[in-house]
Write a protein of this length. Sequence first.
Length: 444
Amino acid sequence: MIVIALMLLSCVKNREFDAPDLECSDAEYTFISLSELKNMYNGETIQIQEDLVISGYVISSDKDGNFFNTIHFQDEQSNPLGGMKIELELRDAHLFFNVGQQIIVKLKGLYLGESKGIYKIGGVFTSFGNRSVGRLPKNVVFDHILASCKENVGIEPNSVVISELNEVMLNTLVIVTDVEIKQEELGEPFAIKEEETLRTLVDCGDNELVIVNSGYADFQAEILPDKMGTATGLLTKDNNQYQLILRSVEDLLFNQERCEEFIDEFTSSSIFISEIADPNNNAGARFVELYNASEENLSLKGWMLERYTNDNIEVSSGIDLSEYIIEGNGLLVISPNSEEFKNVYGFDADIAVGTNSPADSNGDDTIVLVDPFGNIIDIFGVIGEDGSNTNHEFEDGAAVRKLGVVSGNPVFTASEWTIYNDTGDAGTINQPQNAPLDFSPGMR
């Protein structure tokens, strides 16, 4: 039993063992470039039949477990024009191929494919009759991948800010400057145990970049750093979103103070509701129009347009206006039925939203414009009061802001409006309005 126990202990893998002796290759080859290899890809996984050879410089490492069964490499030690990855069955590949080391790859018999903008070579696997690049079997890895005898002088990653990331940098090593972990994620570990976890880098301009961490990485349980600095890693892409894969916790060099809180939201009474429409002849042609009375373009980040249906005192629906900018002396037209809006008025609404939204009122609701800080900037109607038979009913008609009004009003003032409806109650005008002739969306 003692002998058996000793035999078992001798088989335990230890990732701290010395690197094995591996002869380098100084043979002369005729190389093709990575771009020439990529150009061979025709949209389907192919097997390379010719005696072709490429070279590159290793930029990934599985030493700390954030990479698994892959080697990523780029075509130059600095200022690369592109990179690729090799899928292979080889644990602890960093013991054979160090970061910065030049490798030589014999391509004949390997498969070439592409996924999410990343080109890869390796073995093959088939699923439902479709071939994809898979892991190169361990017993042939060193037949295809050789370590060059060229001196390893390291890799110089491209220095870049988040806003400058581009497609050319995919699958290359980059160092992203002036970034920090997003405030909401501070105190969290790099990854949830045994789960791939996405964390977020952010710069002082609120630009974001996702970092991808394996739940099996050695640094999985370490707490994300709470300062600012640089992040080095392999640039990838998923769902049109750039992502960074770290090799180790040392790839985050955070030793600076965090950004001061960046506030790009603002309030302004220059933005207000200029027209609300409920056409008598076509409910699909309803809309709400906003106007910017100032001379400068204004971002609507954090702004909301809200609806209180009938006499409700709670918000019934809302439209987040954050992604829009309203030009100086310009208008934004919001439609709950964009297709019908275009059919009726002959042009596209600026913002397309759904039915039952604030732009889809039947004339007896309250419409409110709210700034990023929760302040009511403008209002049509009275919260908690059904508009029917009041001075804020526009059923089958319209509410049009008078031209003399140049700012929003947090208190509904009927004298600022010309209001058409089908009753004429409380000083309104009994004159139903029909689309398109009685309306002028996009004009003031």
